[in-house]
Write a protein that binds this ligand. Structure first.
Ligand SMILES: Nc1ncnc2c1ncn2[C@@H]1O[C@H](COP(=O)(O)OP(=O)(O)O)[C@@H](O)[C@H]1O
Ligand SMILES: [Mg+2]
Length: 214
């Protein structure tokens, strides 16, 4: 489905390459978890896939076809670690309707229910939500867009344990119909999650075959 081959990413502004010879395959029904320390290149990897970065070398294919940056922006639903920096709507309803003015309130509510955001006031500002709720809202926006490739940057950061279990369940459910890639600096929280595991170190990606610490 998604097939990254030998990606090199070395923006002129960086002292060293941010990604080196990165290859990765991801399919529907099998989420991918990329673990790595802070600064290892996790966010850069998602930005490259999502068509948000500068020039790179290597190929990014989807269903066997090489995609342009613009096509990847269309395909990808990026959920940033700090979504509030990217909100455009003045209200939750406006944010959900971005690019989809005709969505009725039932459709908006269904998307919010899917991501576990119930009992919100549609007229509230997105900035009033907690960090975890903001990430859920950003995810709901991508579901309404119909993004076939979901890219989640640190989806568990700052969440308490009970909420984290909900997030893992949600991601498993979403991955049944979409390609899903999660990057995290806390892979221990995902230890019993069914997924393909990779580790990123200084921009180099390798598959993980045994559980960390096992
Ligand atoms: N466009 C850029 N130009 C220069 N340096 C960058 C750029 N983007 C990221 N970096 C640097 O590359 C490294 C990896 O960043 P990032 O992908 O955000 O890592 P992570 O998400 O794993 O913490 C960091 O040292 C960061 O400061
Ligand atoms: Mg990051």
């Amino acid at each position: 489905m998604l097939d990254l081959q030998s990606l090199d990413y070395a923006p002129a502004t960086a002292a060293r390459p941010l990604l080196t010879d990165v290859s990765l395959k991801a399919d529907i029904g099998r989420p991918v978890l990329v673990a790595g320390a802070s600064g290892s290149g996790k966010t850069s990897l998602l930005e490259v896939i999502a068509g948000l970065s500068g020039q790179l070398r290597g190929s990014i294919r989807w269903k066997g076809r090489e995609l342009s940056k613009r096509q990847r922006r269309w395909l990808s639903g990026m959920v940033f670690q700090f979504p509030e920096r990217h909100f455009l709507g003045l209200t939750i309803a406006q944010e959900l309707r971005l690019g989809h003015r005709r969505l009725d309130s039932d459709q908006l509510q269904t998307a919010l229910d899917t991501v576990g955001l119930t009992a919100l006031r549609m007229s509230d500002a997105p900035e009033r939500l907690s960090g975890g709720q903001q990430r859920r809202l950003a995810l709901a926006v991508q579901l309404l867009r119909g993004a076939e490739l979901l890219l989640l940057d640190e989806p568990t950061a700052g969440l308490d344990w009970s909420v984290r279990a909900d997030v893992l369940n949600l991601l498993s459910n979403l991955s049944k119909q979409r390609v899903l890639i999660v990057v995290t600096h806390e892979p221990q929280l995902f230890h019993d999650w069914g997924c393909e595991r990779y580790r990123l170190r200084n921009g180099c990606l390798e598959p993980v075959t045994t559980l960390p610490g096992a």
